[in-house]
Design a protein around this ligand. Structure first.
Ligand code: UGA
Length: 439
């Protein structure tokens, strides 16, 4: 089988590479020739564990190739995935200009039956627009070629993308023809070995499934952040409450970790877009509006604790910040809570020394030299008045606390992810603040 994947961003690159991994002939296409040149040399535009090795290996086996020419690459393909960006417009709705431009180019260049699949997260109704764009282009050149559209939302998580793709919990495909269903079933057969389902449904339901999944997960997080804040006020410990409720299988123990708010390229954008879609159609998503409000508030919670502890005087104080990316195992800084926290510290005249295992280059784009960057986590602690744990990278979980104590000016830790145990930290002589834990 031969497929084309248009867009070599995060989703496109993982999708193309994982299809190649199971033996499918894949061409990944991008208009950015620098990106394509780099990919041909095995240089990736993103950091994702295991991806570089997989790209190189599949390229060597000639199952994975890279091109700037959609028109050439689409020849002989049975499926074309559209995985280009859908940046949020000013009003929060997803901008479809790249998706529809790709659809038009497919319409101008396809020569045989093709299933055109939207893989980017796109609002309900997008596949219908893609169909129309392709049909218009075919008509303009007087070509009578059959095609189908399908919606195949992606559920992979940054940092665990390869595993998520190769061993998915489920694959959702929206189709409206038997022919497209057969093609998609054949394409995904190699991924169903672990018994998880390939769920076919109508196209709008598939499009909605993606938003509903992310909105539900964002809701769990905001709900737990609200509970955590109330736990603090009431003298309860959210870690206990989390265990207490998570053992109920109806609730589940995943995605109920309170922290400093969700970030990344997906939850904030998708929650906003769903609220927008609803309001455009005369409906108000009350729960999701609150999910967003709680999340914005939560990004300030750690800073407020710092501010309280130092009685509002942060001028000239030095803060070590461990972790910058919005979550571990990625260099993605989009909507990272670290940015909000650091900006607030800087605004108040504080000095910030940060370390992140992979995201420092990305972070420099927005923070520049307004902060200092440590060569490792320990270096940031020299003369620090407090440590702020912002991203729960595995290497921060069990540091050498004797060294930490020695390096810091004051032994104060603000743990935005509850990775340390309050009691143990106090026994080690630290003043410890977590999220929703008893102080
Ligand atoms: C998310 C979804 O989990 C994926 O299923 C989906 O495919 C993806 O969005 C997408 O739409 O492309 P991702 O943004 O990579 O994946 O990251 P997550 O691991 O879901 O984390 C999102 C945010 O929630 C992070 O800021 C994380 O720190 C926060 N979080 C997560 C919590 O605060 N508490 C939790 O218990 C879990």
């Amino acid at each position: 089988m031969r497929i084309a994947v248009v867009g070599t961003g995060y989703v496109g690159l993982v999708t193309g590479t994982c299809f190649a991994e199971v033996g499918i002939d894949v061409t990944c296409i991008d208009i950015d020739s620098k990106k394509i040149d780099n990919l041909k040399q095995g240089i990736l535009p993103i950091y994702e564990p295991g991806l570089e090795e997989m790209v190189t290996r599949n390229a060597q086996k000639e199952r994975l190739s890279f091109s700037t020419s959609l028109a050439e690459s689409v020849q002989g393909c049975q499926v074309a995935f559209i995985a280009v960006g859908t940046p949020p417009g000013e009003d929060g709705s997803a901008d479809l200009k790249y998706v529809l431009a790709v659809a038009r180019e497919i319409g101008r260049s396809m020569t045989d039956y093709l299933v055109v699949v939207t893989k980017s997260t796109v609002p309900v109704g997008t596949a219908a627009k893609v169909r129309q764009a392709i049909a218009e282009e075919l008509e303009a050149r007087g070509a009578d070629i059959a095609f189908d559209v399908a919606s195949n939302p992606e559920f992979l998580k940054e940092g665990a993308a390869i595993d998520d793709f190769l061993k998915p919990d489920r694959i959702v495909v929206g189709v409206d023809s038997d022919r497209a269903e057969q093609v998609m079933a054949k394409l995904y057969k190699p991924f169903l070995m672990n018994g998880h389902p390939l769920i076919f449904m109508d196209i709008p339901s598939a499009e909605m499934t993606k938003y509903a999944a992310n909105a539900m997960l964002a809701t769990k997080i905001s709900f737990m952040n609200d509970i955590a804040n109330l736990c603090e006020i009431m003298g309860a410990d959210v870690n206990m409450v989390r265990r207490g409720i998570g053992s109920d299988v109806r609730i589940g123990n995943k995605f109920i970790y309170p922290g400093i708010g969700y970030g990344g390229s997906c939850f904030p954008k998708d929650v906003k877009a769903l609220i927008k879609t609803a309001s455009e159609n005369g409906y108000s998503m009350e729960v999701l509006k609150s999910v967003e409000t709680v999340n914005e508030r939560q990004k300030s919670v750690l800073f407020n604790k710092v501010d309280n502890y130092f009685s509002g005087d942060l001028t000239g104080k030095t803060f070590a910040v461990w972790g910058l990316s919005f979550k571990p195992k990625t260099d993605d800084m989009r909507e990272a809570p670290s940015l909000v926290i650091i900006e607030k510290l800087l605004e108040r005249g504080a000095r910030v020394k940060a370390y992140d295992p992979v995201a420092m280059k990305e972070a420099k784009h927005s923070l520049g030299d307004r902060i200092e960057y440590g060569k490792d986590e320990y270096e940031t602690l020299i003369d620090a008045d407090a440590l702020l744990l912002v991203t729960e990278w595995p290497e921060f979980r069990s540091p050498n606390f004797a060294v930490v104590s020695k390096l810091m000016k004051e032994k104060v830790v603000f743990d935005g992810r509850n990775i340390y145990d309050c009691k143990e930290m106090e026994e080690k002589g630290f003043t410890y603040f977590g999220i929703g834990v008893k102080q």
